[in-house]
Unconditional design. Structure first.
Length: 295
């Protein structure tokens, strides 16, 4: 269950700064967020990805024991010993929004929180003694705008990559000639993305190394950029590279490999946006079969 909010809803949104919500969570990390977080830690993006991400798409959490209760909690690797975020000025969109969430269905958008009771109250009952504020004031204070715009630009890129996979499978005649092989290649790519066999974030799986780097570690200088500009520039670079590399392919095997890889790229980027990628993988394969039968 989710509680839908308006911008004028008043909530106890003043944080106790206990770090409670930086444990036992998953924080998706899109490529712009990865680059900005790396800069906040003074690391090159590749080194940050190796040390601090799970499969490039999420911030790494590490198990820590609570000596009193022996309860093992997973703690975000960016949470300092003083319970302050080490990348606070460049923290990802999901962290800026928390404890709120954002829902988008077509043109309809809404801010929400999980459950019927405000989620901070259970871990941090002290929030009830702190000042309340409106959702609008909270979002403004968290400087959500450019991060949300980057998130939305990457959602469009997921769609573009997926469309590229469909075009490569359907418009080249690949699916008509090899429907079973095409479906099998997409399903195999989905499996490798959703259940990676290696813990090395940069290990090649369904995506060739140069494309994995183009997708998650683009050479874009963050000093001259905001996250939304970064995402826009990144999307344009990726589209241009794909156009140059894929438009001239003529061999059926290349079409097969490329369509499965573009499907994998779309799924991996979806994971990095916190989208239910497993459902998306199944939906896209079904769509491929439906559209393939029609064409
Ligand atoms: S649960 Fe809420 S009040 Fe507690 S640390 Fe997180 S954001 Fe702050
Ligand atoms: S990135 Fe910062 S705010 Fe987000 S979960 Fe980690 S420590 Fe908390």
């Amino acid at each position: 269950m989710q509680t839908v909010l308006t911008e004028q809803t008043q909530l106890p949104l003043t944080c106790t700064c206990s770090g409670a919500c930086c444990h036992d969570k998953t924080v998706p990390l899109n490529p712009a967020e990865l680059a900005f977080a790396a800069a906040a830690r003074g690391l090159p993006p590749e080194a940050f990805a190796q040390a601090h991400t799970t499969n490039l798409t999420h911030l790494k959490f590490e198990p820590v024991s609570n000596v009193c209760s022996k309860h093992v909690k997973n703690r975000c690797g960016q949470l300092g010993k003083d319970n302050r975020c080490l990348i606070h000025p460049q923290r990802p969109y999901a962290c800026r929004l928390y404890p709120l969430g954002h829902k988008r269905q077509g043109e309809v958008e809404a801010y929400v929180h999980e459950g019927g009771v405000f989620p901070c109250i259970a871990p941090c009952p002290g929030v009830l003694k702190l000042p309340q504020m409106t959702v609008a004031a909270y979002l403004k204070g968290q400087e959500v705008g450019p991060w949300q715009a980057a998130h939305n630009r990457y959602l469009e890129l997921v769609q573009d990559l997926s469309e590229g996979a469909f075009i490569m499978a359907l418009e080249t005649g690949l699916y008509a000639l090899k429907p079973d092989d095409t479906v099998a290649a997409w399903q195999q790519a989905s499996g490798l993305i959703l259940e990676p066999k290696s813990t090395d974030p940069l290990q090649k799986s369904a995506i060739d190394a140069p494309w994995l780097y183009r997708l998650f570690l683009p050479e874009i200088n963050i000093n001259e950029n905001t996250p939304d500009n970064f995402a826009q520039q990144h999307a344009e670079m990726l589209q241009q590279s794909a156009q140059e590399a894929f438009a001239t392919l003529t061999e059926q095997n290349d079409h097969l490999k490329t369509s499965a890889m573009m499907h994998a790229m779309a799924l991996k980027l979806a994971l990095a946006l916190g989208v239910q990628a497993a459902d998306l993988a199944v939906f896209w394969v079904k769509q491929l079969q439906v559209m393939g039968e029609r064409s």
